[in-house]
Write a protein that binds this ligand. Structure first.
Ligand code: CA
Length: 238
């Protein structure tokens, strides 16, 4: 069974993740501090790390930096704040992805599986977790969109989307929660540092531009961003 090191100091969050990962055939070692995480990492074989940024003794970013001195293990960051997301995106640590709180445990598990598939693709070996009886097919998003957090790039159906900084951040917000409708205000808040300086129309213009770039890559892909009249936008993966 693939072993996941979960570094999270909030017991409620950790409990739901330990349970969700357990049902998906992952073996989980849970620690509450960065110090303990590094100790476990040094002494045990770890296949994947889920790393909270806000830890009591050091930041998750520091923990990742230390792990990266000796290992390229895939890392999924857990973050509660938008400014932390900026810091993750600014990293060149090789951290693989992040999810923002609050999240569903299911979403985290799907992300872990998608990242593992991606990192295993080169070796062409079977995904041990995929052999778990009853494991639902997840990581669908990987097939349509792929986010390279380190390079701050998004691929759509295997082709690189050439996005401006705001288009990138906007699409990233939608990608975080496929199927969820985001109002224009919510998108402004999440993707702009100074939301007051722009209007709803700005969002519409950027969405239009992203759709055009997706369509240019492959006809029909622009439909992945759907409009809910009077409500906002959502990302559809099918
Ligand atoms: Ca925390």
């Amino acid at each position: 069974m693939p072993r996941v090191l979960l570094v999270e100091d909030e017991p409620a969050i950790a409990d739901t993740l330990v349970y969700a990962l357990g049902t998906e055939c992952f073996e989980v070692t849970h620690v509450l501090t960065g110090t303990d995480a590094l100790a476990v990492f040094a002494s045990e074989a770890v296949d994947f790390v889920i790393l909270d940024i806000g830890l009591p003794d050091m930041t998750g970013l520091d923990v990742c930096r230390r792990m990266r001195e000796t290992s390229s293990v895939p890392v999924l960051f857990l973050t509660a704040r938008a400014d932390e997301v900026d810091r993750i995106l600014g990293l060149e640590l090789g951290g693989d992805d992040y999810v923002t709180k609050p999240f569903s445990p299911r979403e985290v598990v799907a992300r872990v599986r998608a990242i593992r598939r991606r990192s295993q693709a080169a070796t062409a070996g079977p995904d041990p977790a995929g052999a778990c009886a009853g494991a639902p097919a997840s990581g669908i998003s990987r097939e349509v969109f792929r986010h390279d957090a380190a390079a701050m790039r998004i691929h759509c159906h295997g082709a690189l989307l050439d996005l401006t900084a705001h288009e990138y951040k906007l699409l990233l917000v939608l990608l975080e929660k496929p199927g969820r409708v985001f109002s224009r205000d919510q998108l402004l808040e999440r993707a702009w540092e100074d939301p007051g300086a722009v209007t709803d129309r700005t969002i519409d213009a950027h969405i239009k531009s992203i759709r055009a770039k997706m369509r240019a890559l492959r006809a029909g892909t622009e439909d992945h961003i759907q409009t809910r009249r009077g409500l906002g936008y959502l990302l559809a993966l099918d």
